[in-house]
Design a protein around this ligand. Structure first.
Ligand code: AHM
Ligand code: MG
Length: 319
């Protein structure tokens, strides 16, 4: 029997300064997991009755998850501020000398919240630079000091990186996140593509041709299978484990893409690259994009190197 390694221990061994940040996310995730697990027996499901900064109907669980993240991260002495999908402006804490900013989507996959399908929490950690909060929030993804997500599925699992590989932790019956994988690697290429194909008619031509190429088996001599949950965390988690590609291209409705750069694309891009995968917005590497706004959207293509590089090439050639 191998020794059990808890999340906080794992982080402290590599990056002691980040221990409190991960402790805060883990404490929040524990509460969120419990609330989701028992949601059907409480009054936790359904619409909250307000619209968030993105113009989307907030679900009760969105609001719960956001409050819990802010509560726990505010108690982590090293966290200076939080930025959330659900809040227009950053939430600043009075933690003297704190140097981290945690940028998160507290509960991603809203269309799956009420139907007992996987949802997740996604987070990115940036460092405060010279006390300038706004500029520190808007740093490129390459500057992230850590990133991760929690997927609330049959198991609750946190997948994280502090820049030295990717590890996974499974929530056990005692409420502890115990390491279940210490070196996750995305296959060089994989069997699945994952996208909302109902939007294909309004994608740029290069994306439609790319999909046709996957279906014909022109990329690696094999035809691909389709898998789409509609929860980014769950679709990414499968892609990380099995390989392949997740695509949310620009559409007529969302010409700049639907997903958010700071708290969806950047953290998943860091995890993908740390696990030997890749992430682009079409022509450019996600982590090199210069953010201009907190809630900025982007196209996102993330997954195995082979599939992502082929997509990037197709988009660049079509320009
Ligand atoms: P959300 O942050 O409001 O939950 O929206 C993000 C979700 C992602 O989880 C998922 O990848 C995408 O939206 C699905 O969008 P669509 O329903 O257009 O396929
Ligand atoms: Mg989201």
């Amino acid at each position: 029997m191998t020794t059990k390694v808890a999340l906080e221990q794992h982080v402290a061994a590599g990056s002691p300064e980040l221990r409190e940040v991960f402790g805060g996310v883990a404490a929040a995730a524990r509460e969120i997991a419990k609330q989701i697990r028992l949601a059907g027996l409480s009054d936790a499901l359904g619409a909250y009755g307000a619209v968030n900064v993105q113009g989307e109907q907030q679900q009760k669980l969105d609001v719960f998850a956001n409050d819990v993240m802010i509560k726990w991260l505010g108690q982590a002495a090293s966290v200076a501020a939080c930025v959330s999908e659900e809040d227009e402006a950053p939430v600043v804490f009075a933690n003297a000398g704190a140097k981290y900013i945690v940028i998160f989507d507290p509960l991603d996959g809203s269309s799956n919240i009420d139907v007992n399908v996987n949802v997740g929490t996604i987070f990115s950690v940036q460092e405060l630079q010279g006390g300038d909060l706004d500029a520190s929030i808007l740093q490129q993804g390459t500057k992230q000091v850590a990133a991760g997500y929690v997927v609330y599925g049959p198991s609750t699992v946190m997948v994280m990186t502090t820049g030295t590989g990717v590890a996974a932790f499974t929530l056990d019956d005692n409420g502890e996140f115990i390491r279940s994988n210490d070196a996750m690697q995305m296959p060089e290429q994989g069997p699945y593509y994952s996208t909302n194909e109902a939007n294909a008619a309004s994608w740029p031509e290069a994306y439609r041709e790319y999909l046709a190429m996957l279906l014909r088996g022109d990329l690696n001599g094999k035809t691909y299978s389709s898998r789409y949950i509609g929860s980014l965390v769950a679709d990414f988690h499968r892609t990380l484990l099995k390989g392949g590609v997740f695509l949310y291209p620009p559409t007529d409705k969302a010409p700049k893409g639907k997903l958010r750069l700071l708290y969806e694309a950047n953290p998943l891009a860091m995890l993908a690259e740390q696990a030997n995968g890749a992430a682009v917005n079409g022509p450019e590497r996600i982590m090199e994009l210069q953010p201009e706004q907190i809630h900025q959207r982007t196209a996102l293509i993330v997954g195995s190197k082979r599939e992502v590089e082929a997509l990037q090439k197709a988009v660049l050639e079509a320009r």
